[in-house]
Design a binder for this molecule. Sequence first.
Ligand code: SF4
Length: 501
Amino acid sequence: MILKLISPKMPIKSFWDLKVTAKLLRKNAVCANLWLPVIASVTPGDITVICIDENVEKINYNEKVDLVALSGMTCGIKRSFEIANIYRKKGVPVIIGGIHATMNPEECQNYADSVVVGEAEKIWPKIVKDFQEKKLKPLYTSDTFTQLTEIPVPRYDLLKIDKYMAAPVQTTRGCPFNCDFCSVKIINGPMYRKKTIEQIIRELKFIKKQPGFNSIMICDDNFIGDLVFAKKLLKAMIPLHMNWMAQCSVNLGDHPDILQLMKKSSGIFVFIGFETVNKDNLKAMNKFVNNPDEYQQKISAIHNAGISVLGSLILGSDNDDLTSFREAYEFLNENNIIFCMLNILTPLPGTKLFKRMEKEDRFLTLDWNYFNVGNITIKTRKLSSEELRSGFIWLHKKYYNYDEIYKRFRRLIRRGNWKRPIKNKATFQGFLVLLNLLRSYLFTTNLKQIRFLFKMLKHLPNKNVDGYFIGFILAYGKGFNDYVKQMPKIKNPERFENSEL
Ligand code: SF4
């Protein structure tokens, strides 16, 4: 029997697909979807499994296959439905699972022979067996949360690891907090679950063996949800010499011992959801772990350890008004947050926020393609949709221009040590990436871009930064700049530029 697992591409272009950055680094996408190798690893051994990620390769619909399994986040689910329709027309049964299917199983049942609700690892072997015995049920619901210690090493060997900027690893599942816009608690349950340290190290070693491996994306909901565990794991990761990134809550800044271990174990950046600098918004979000009065001190502590903070902010909350865009810019600039994910408040199915918006009749669309945090899907309270859209574009253009990125970079490297403990040997691949970067920066009439390149290169050699960090800023900086360049012009940008704080 041949089983094909397919992860769909996003139907609408998004700021964070980082296509330009990936291309500059001679890759096709940021990170693989972890469910592909995980589900492959719990599939009975006598079955041939093919993993396809549409973000890095085309689907061959003519390839012989007996069963197709699809997953998708809400913003990609319509593409999953399209793929399901094609296979079902060919007579190939389709199973759909994942976050959206868990929240909206009835909708997914219109497009699939079977739908999986909840975490699939435990029930997957039974589902496959039912299929083989021609007893596939229309709905499977996982009634327990997976013991992470029981999951085998994901089948990273079935992914085209060399096509990604990073390989995904999960060390824990869940988060101790319960923000109203987030589906983590609903999907992952009330417990913070962990793998064993030995198990994670085994996975990391297996990834390291894959040809073309680059770095690790720890895709835990909150890598520091259990501080003692995080410390033990970081210590064990030091000898592996693998560059990594992870999502953390902002209280990371309170733990210098963890920060030190992060640096020693080759941590490059941490992704932190600040969400907003407005306390009333935070209260409405139920995000009590964040206190804007403490942001500065915590960010400084993380930067001083030589770990870059990749921020995330949400715009369009009920207390946001015309001043919020300028306020967000000032926060990012003052704290030298070199790159930040700027999102529009998007209620995801199943969340408390979604239910509230439904009750208040505030949805403008329920077309899931637009639920990619870059589009307006609800009526905002103190901003019209035009103001939110224009302010969002204004903030991108203000924050992501080369002069601004360079200013933040210069201030950042004055503190902390941005050199990695890893000394990578020069490789032909590295040489090609360098050539690619130089070519893309130089073959242009954009003088600002060329100036940015030379100003960045001037920092080599520098006792505080290495070529990797400079390359990281160049690749991401150009990616964001190119994306922002395509954003439309807005009317009256001065209403944001000159807004009184
Ligand atoms: S802290 Fe992050 S992962 Fe945890 S509930 Fe809030 S948004 Fe979700």
